[in-house]
Design a binder for this molecule. Sequence first.
Ligand SMILES: Nc1nc2c(ncn2[C@@H]2O[C@H](COP(=O)(O)OP(=O)(O)OP(=O)(O)O)[C@@H](O)[C@H]2O)c(=O)[nH]1
Length: 304
Amino acid sequence: MTEKISKCGVVAVLGAPNAGKSTLVNQLVGQKVAITSAKAQTTRARMLGIALHESDDAKTQMILVDTPGIFAPRRRLDRAMVSAAWEGAESADAVLLLVDPVKQRRHELEPLLESLKDRPERKILVLNKVDVAKKEPLLALAQDLSQKVDFAEIYFVSALTGDGVPEMKNALAALMPEGVWHYPEDQVSDASERLLATEITREQLYQQLHEELPYDSAVRPEQYKQRPDGSLEIHQQIVIARESQRPIVLGKGGSRIKAIGEAARKDLSEILGVTVHLFLHVKVDEKWAENKEVFEEIGLDWVR
Ligand SMILES: Nc1nc2c(ncn2[C@@H]2O[C@H](COP(=O)(O)OP(=O)(O)OP(=O)(O)O)[C@@H](O)[C@H]2O)c(=O)[nH]1
């Protein structure tokens, strides 16, 4: 029996906020590594997912860079998100542009298309959400976008149901260069557990507070330690910008924060495969978004 060729490469996943990048990365990896939510701009940290692919002649490791949604930055926090996105796309072997054909406003894609145009990597256009999109406008959009950028391939998928994803994954794997794997076979993400844990809590904040959640909130890791029985004790701080936001997060008699903590704890226990004890504390810090230390803790570089 001949040995299979080893291949390894980086795929940058670009797209507007809410296009479904995190859902797609999770689908390609086969488990939850990036958080998803119905609210735009959820992805703050640059998270990696690692997808494996095997064909008749090759075993391929694809390092997926799940970039934060790209949009015109104003605040420092937003600028850091955008800078992290482009850093992710810097040395990729393929760039995948993911578009939500239902909600995406065409003109808002313009800056992204413009910057993609001259990039040297192979570019792949992926139109997402085919489970809810109508066929004719979808084809028209594909045609329109490929007039602007020279896409090597175009795929129609549903990141949610997985429809069309295996075909797209085959094509991506074929584009990866020969080389040794960068990560061990069982590793699915390079995000540290500490950071992943705060992302899980933040996902619950989004899900349970819906529109009431102040945009300028963050979850900071405080303590992360293993107890002698092997279980994990995790303390996190939910930072909000104003005292008036505290009752929203706490809920009546603390019921909200309790539900948030309970759901996050369950999710974390499942993902990490150990019993988790999660403690959440609410802190008011008007200036947290101007604090370098907080930025670094939540996995962002400090940009001016
Ligand atoms: N119907 C449908 N919904 C989808 C599909 N893919 C993603 N979604 C939904 O679209 C919303 C956004 O998905 P995310 O994966 O969080 O999007 P994102 O691009 O990572 O968003 P940011 O973190 O804001 O950059 C979620 O409610 C998903 O469930 C799909 O194929 N079909």
